[in-house]
Design a protein around this ligand. Structure first.
Ligand SMILES: Cc1cc2nc3c(=O)[nH]c(=O)nc-3n(C[C@H](O)[C@H](O)[C@H](O)COP(=O)(O)O)c2cc1C
Length: 171
């Protein structure tokens, strides 16, 4: 993307995506578990923010056509795992090899109260039940009410410019 200003009708999806790519975002692995299935579903996501503090809720924006979105609509439960730097290689394998294969390789999960797998030693993992979903263009925005919160002493992993990045400590 070139440096400068884009406005009005010139703001198209590619420009929007390219602009957002420049913004450092916390990397999240979402998981859900469908009843009667052995394998949990996972997806890598960054479009997550607080919905409200009372009740504690998260907003999760997912493409409607992604397989995980259908699974989440069906299960109604999600674990939101803000990954730590130690998960770098696992996240890279998720991004490169596909979520299902990455999940099978990993041994670092614990089942949460909702049934969705929590990633051990995440910076923060929140176990949520879906209380609302709303179509927003090509996406669905889910509201997850937080049921449990797990925290660890760890530095988070960021995504910017198509790369996974570690936080640098300093002033
Ligand atoms: C760092 C990163 C962040 C992503 N964030 C989101 C997101 O917030 N919402 C979303 O719908 N897809 C997001 N994606 C894309 C999904 O992870 C996934 O690749 C896409 O839904 C296609 O799924 P499939 O490979 O199972 O078909 C992101 C991908 C990466 C690598």
């Amino acid at each position: 993307m070139t440096v400068g200003q884009i406005s009005g009708q010139n703001v198209v999806a590619d420009e929007f995506r390219a602009a957002l790519h420049q913004v450092p975002a916390a990397v999240v692995i979402l998981t859900t578990q469908l009843a009667g299935r052995d394998q949990a579903q996972t997806v890598t996501a960054t479009a997550i923010c607080a919905g409200s503090t009372e009740p504690p809720s998260l907003l999760i924006s997912l493409r409607e056509d992604a397989p995980f979105t259908g699974a989440l609509s069906e299960s109604g439960v999600v674990a939101v795992n803000f990954v730590a730097q130690e998960h770098h290689e696992m996240v890279r394998s998720f991004v490169e090899a596909g979520a299902a294969e990455g999940f099978a390789r990993s041994q670092t999960w614990t089942r949460g109260t909702t049934g969705a797998p929590l990633l051990n030693r995440s910076v923060v993992s929140m176990d949520c039940t879906i209380i609302q979903s709303q179509r927003q263009g090509a996406n669905i925005v889910f509201t997850g009410q937080v049921q449990t919160i797990h925290t660890a002493e760890a530095e988070g992993l960021l995504y910017r410019g198509g790369l996974l990045r570690r936080l640098e400590t300093g002033s």
